[in-house]
Design a protein around this ligand. Structure first.
Ligand code: URA
Length: 423
């Protein structure tokens, strides 16, 4: 087979065969198809799209490029969640132990943050001693003993996606629903979960800014999961305003611990419980314990403490705090009607909580505390935000990102927490 034939077939609007897709993904991963040829094929896919059969075959080819974990021998069903990413989205932290406390095993491979969105591993690494690297065998032992593990995907999982994503990133070819869906699903299928719930975010702080494109992505990923024998459903959830009241690594861990203690912000609690119920349903455990009860009675907290300790962390150690704080005061009295997720995410990144480039370090203590959420009253001269950073030279650019991020009074146009369920 020749790469040029595959490229021109897609360029001209044809449907690629499974054999063509298997060949081109495999040959590219081995270095037998050139970077510029794969870039051209990706661009043809951006313009021409892919059918369900092509997208499933593309996912399978990326899956086949590496190992696939298998947790089939556990005494309980496996289930996982994937979020497409947002601002203040710390849901994995309380959700994973909550679902474990209700009887499922959660093998969660997570990533690091890039741009304005945070990453679960960066957040957990703010817990003193906690390590993201677990071998597949260590993961299996932890799932059997604790019921949940959150760790980094090893280099052996979907290596084709790793190489392809780096190419898409520099060739303007990330923005394609089938390529995004295949990329996410190849990694999730490789982790060996039997069921999967997708939290597809919609709004300014999300990858997908409008509900129609988020729905298309959700439907495509649900179809891929289903085609691969993994029971998959999706929730479309609002990301026009940050989740919770803290954005930043250790700040979000502290908020997650509040939720696991039976308190915490209502939106974080509600989405945690909603996604936990969805995961338990997907795992065939709908008659199991109620996740809200697991948060109230301390069993979710118990699973959290055991999960942190199993990965070398000290659940009792104080979390790191940033060296410097600055309040931003509310300019007026009234009802906060808008608080833009993207702007808050940019401010948190500028304070040091996130990365502009993959190789940048992150600060554990940096971030933004929100003193009000949309719908709440604010008073002129009282703190609206508190900025946390290790480097005071960062305050001004973070404050600038927030200057137009909110509105007082006027029409409120927020998205609901859960817009729809798919699958
Ligand atoms: N996240 C992924 O893992 N892959 C994409 O293509 C986009 C977002």
């Amino acid at each position: 087979m020749e790469a040029i034939d595959v490229i021109t077939a897609k360029r001209d609007g044809g449907e690629l065969t499974g054999e063509q897709i298997r060949w081109v993904v495999d040959a590219y991963t081995r270095g037998a198809v050139a970077e510029e040829q794969m870039a051209a094929l990706n661009m043809a896919v951006v313009w021409r799209g892919m059918t369900r059969a092509e997208t499933s075959a593309w996912t399978q080819a990326m899956l086949d490029s590496g190992e696939r974990l298998d947790f089939g021998g556990l005494d309980r069903p496996t289930t996982d969640k994937h979020s497409t990413g947002g601002v203040g989205d710390k849901i994995t932290l309380p959700l994973t132990p909550t679902v474990a406390a209700c009887g499922a095993a959660v093998p969660q491979l997570s990533g690091r943050g890039l741009g304005h969105t945070g990453g679960t591993l960066d957040k957990l690494e703010s817990v003193p001693g906690w390590r993201a690297d677990l071998s597949p065998e260590a993961m299996r032992v932890q799932l059997a003993e604790v019921g949940c593990a959150v760790c980094a995907a090893g280099p052996g999982l979907a290596p084709a996606d790793r190489k392809l994503y780096a190419l898409r990133d520099v060739t303007g070819t990330v923005e394609s629903v089938p390529l995004i869906a295949a990329s996410i699903m190849s990694k999730k299928l490789a982790e060996g979960t039997a069921s999967l719930v997708l939290d597809v975010k919609v709004g300014s702080g999300a990858f997908m800014k409008d509900a129609a494109s988020a729905r298309e992505l959700a439907e495509t990923m649900v179809a891929i999961g289903t085609d691969h024998g993994v029971r998959t459903t999706a929730l479309l959830t609002g990301m026009d305003t940050p989740l919770g009241r803290r954005v930043g690594n250790a700040l979000e861990v502290a908020e997650a611990v509040e939720v696991l203690s039976g308190g915490g912000p209502s939106d974080v609690v509600e989405l945690t419980v909603e996604l936990a119920r969805e995961m338990l349903r997907a795992a065939g455990l709908d008659g199991a314990r109620d996740p809200a009860e697991a948060l109230r009675d301390g069993s979710a907290m118990d699973a959290w403490r055991r999960m942190i300790a199993a990965q070398g962390g000290d659940p009792d150690a104080p979390l790191p705090e940033a060296a410097e704080r600055r309040d931003i005061l509310a300019p007026a009295t009234g009802t906060l009607t808008r608080l833009d997720a993207y702007a808050v995410g940019v401010a948190a990144r500028r304070l040091g909580a996130g990365r502009a480039r993959k190789e940048d370090p992150v600060s554990a203590g940096a971030g933004v505390e929100l003193h009000a959420k949309p719908g709440e009253e604010i008073r002129a001269g009282r703190p609206l935000f508190t900025l946390h950073t290790d480097d005071p030279a960062r305050f001004d650019s973070a404050a600038e990102a927030l200057s137009d991020s909110f509105a007082v009074d006027g029409p409120a146009r927020g998205l609901p927490l859960v817009l729809d369920r798919i699958g």
